[in-house]
Design a protein around this ligand. Structure first.
Ligand code: ADP
Length: 354
């Protein structure tokens, strides 16, 4: 059994997989650092955990009660949000890989430290258990330089200011799901609270809408999507850096346009602000799609995933109406499953003897 661990900014999610990639059990600890909840299968209990290491220890205890001891695990596999330019493939966790993840921390200050904390906690609890990591940015490592480079001085580029792209595990899972029927030029939309798209040419990412951070690209639940750097500078001069960051990440997007970041609620509303927010979301998804389609030299199929992509038919329809100028292409919907991709990556490394 493989235990997949996804340590978010204030949560820890786990999923246990068999070696044939059947999901056996899912669980989570939410609101780490304050009053939160642990869930595992049907069990649910209020808990107060200090940090991710404590949350993981609690989860390991709960798994024991569910009959899954550490001894029964063959591996722990972690999601790491950012792999930077070095960690571009799934890897067995070694001291070198831990150092590399630490070095990337300035690029993902809210996430990578929690991913590391979970790995180190496992090393303490079960030093002999093999651990693996899959990186949220790695799928986009195949983007050409012309796509990843911002036209800014080389020193800044060398300091790490370039496009990376995110949601890579979700896109890798989508591409994998097509099996041998993978379309040649596939436009993939991951539309959840965070939203991005990816141009997948013969199974490889060649362009994506997110960049240096997950802020850029499409209009999102609470993130602005693309905004002119000069506008950011002016806002920052007025509000200060911290408040500007909070505004762009937590209080923009659908939230700013219609007072709600939940697409389902917006679709149920019958007022101008909600309609405008929905139109904005679809229009910008399609505008960015045009750019991705040009990068692929055309379009053979579209696939939607994520909470909105999977469930909101009206949003898919609106986006596809904008894209009608590219011809009539098949539209697929595939459930997002980053955890399965992480387990798949770990299994492949184990099979290869890592
Ligand atoms: P996250 O990025 O936080 O993982 P999700 O992928 O869970 O987000 O997506 C959350 C979004 O999906 C919310 O805006 C929610 O309203 C939307 N959503 C979920 N179900 C539906 C539905 N049936 N119709 C419209 N939107 C939906």
């Amino acid at each position: 059994m493989i235990l997949v661990v996804n340590a978010g900014s204030s949560s820890l999610k786990i999923e246990v997989f068999d070696h044939d990639l059947t999901s056996l059990l899912t669980g989570s600890v939410t609101n780490i650092g304050t009053d939160g909840t642990i869930k595992l299968g049907d069990m649910r209990r209020d808990v107060n955990t200090a940090d991710h290491a404590q949350a993981l220890a609690l989860m390991i205890e709960a798994l024991k009660v569910a009959g899954i001891t550490i001894e029964k695990l063959t591996a722990a596999a972690h999601r790491v949000v950012h792999g930077g330019t070095i960690l571009v493939e799934p890897a067995r966790i070694t001291p070198q890989v831990i150092t590399a993840i630490k070095n990337v921390t300035p690029l993902a200050p809210l996430h990578n430290p929690n991913n590391l904390a979970a790995m180190l906690a496992f090393q303490d609890m079960a030093p002999d258990l093999p651990q693996y990591a899959s990186f949220g940015t790695a799928f986009h490592a195949t983007n050409p330089d012309v796509a990843t480079r911002y036209a800014i001085p080389q020193t800044q580029h060398d300091a790490g200011i370039r496009r990376y792209g995110f949601h890579g595990l979700s896109y890798a899972h989508l591409a994998e799901s097509f099996g041998t029927d993978l379309p040649h030029r596939l436009l993939a939309f991951h539309l959840g609270n965070g939203a991005s798209l990816c141009a997948i040419l013969d199974g490889k990412s060649i362009a994506t809408s997110m960049g240096y951070s997950p802020l850029s690209g499409l209009t999102m639940g609470t993130r602005s999507g693309d905004i002119d750097g000069a506008a950011v500078l002016r806002i920052s001069a007025a509000l200060g850096e911290a408040e500007t960051e909070r505004m762009l990440i937590q209080n923009s997007g659908l939230q700013a346009l219609a007072g709600d970041n939940d697409m389902r609620s917006l679709l149920n509303r019958d007022d101008d602000a909600a309609r405008f927010a929905v139109d904005h979301f679809c229009y910008w998804a399609a505008r960015h799609a045009g750019s991705a389609i040009v990068a692929m030299g055309g379009l053979d199929a579209v696939v939607f995933t994520g909470g909105i992509g999977e469930n909101a038919g009206p949003i898919r329809d609106k986006i596809m109406t904008h894209l009608a100028c590219f011809g009539d292409v098949p539209v697929h919907v595939i459930a997002a499953d980053e955890e399965k991709q992480i387990a798949r990556d770990a299994l492949a490394l184990m099979d290869a003897g890592y």
